[in-house]
Design a protein around this ligand. Structure first.
Ligand code: B16
Ligand code: MG
Length: 216
């Protein structure tokens, strides 16, 4: 048995920084963009996020312009990431990682973000993960299962022995498509395809994790 954690919305809340960075670009392009719109970008790749933003404004632009906007948004986003510290680890995460370590259960990161390694370094968790799979390594973004299958491969475990922890619909679907168990973090109504949903990481019932491990 092994665990694969998503990053944004599970280990840290970087969605607030994505929002600020996309908002700045949207303002510049004259596209209305609010927090509800931002929800649709969670777990979605950078390029798909830009496509969604442009569709909100009914805009069509050249490939060169798209590239320029992607770089601009990422520069802005990184200006927030560079200020991140260990304080930004979501409540409940350290206790869960400690529990897994104590039980010799290995865990990997499976994120759509191309900045995942940097973010883990900023919050001091980089060394704790046995493997990292991020947006630089996969050809197909979530809901495709590739990111999690690669995680299982790196951990040298079978897909059916992996438990994914995810906060986005696309991520839950990716876990399902990979044939893995999935713990959803967020709204039960939204993440219905997960095996179980907890509102926040801090709400994860450690007895549920114990049972998963013992029944393995
Ligand atoms: P980047 P996750 C995802 O992270 C975010 O939820 C999503 O909003 C973002 O567009 C994506 O990473 C790509 O991030 O621009 O840093 O490559 O939830 O898969 O950890
Ligand atoms: Mg996420």
């Amino acid at each position: 048995m092994a665990f694969i954690f998503d990053l944004d919305g599970v280990i840290v809340d970087t969605a607030k920084y994505h929002y600020l960075a996309w908002h700045q670009l949207a303002d510049r392009l004259g596209i209305p963009f609010n927090k509800a719109d931002n929800e649709r970008l969670k777990g979605v790749s950078r390029v798909q996020s830009l496509e969604l933003l442009l569709s909100l404004g009914g805009r069509r632009i050249s490939a060169a312009e798209k590239q320029q906007y992607l770089e601009e948004k990422n520069r802005q986003y990184l200006s927030f990431v560079h200020k991140m510290t260990t304080d930004e680890i979501l409540p409940g995460v350290p206790a869960l990682l400690d529990f897994l370590d104590a039980n010799h259960i290995r865990y990997a990161l499976g994120s759509a973000s191309k900045n995942a390694a940097l973010i883990l370094q900023k919050v001091g968790l980089y060394e704790r993960f046995s493997a990292i799979v991020d947006g630089n390594e996969v050809a197909q973004a979530k809901p495709a299962p590739e990111v999690f299958l690669l995680g299982a491969q790196k951990l040298k475990v079978q897909a059916q022995d992996c438990v994914v922890v995810e906060d986005a619909i696309a991520g839950v679907e990716a876990a399902r498509a990979a044939g893995m168990k999935c713990i959803g973090i967020g709204d039960k109504e939204v993440l219905g395809k997960a095996d179980i949903v907890f509102k926040e990481m801090a709400d994860i019932d450690i007895n549920y994790i114990k049972n998963l491990i013992n029944n393995d």
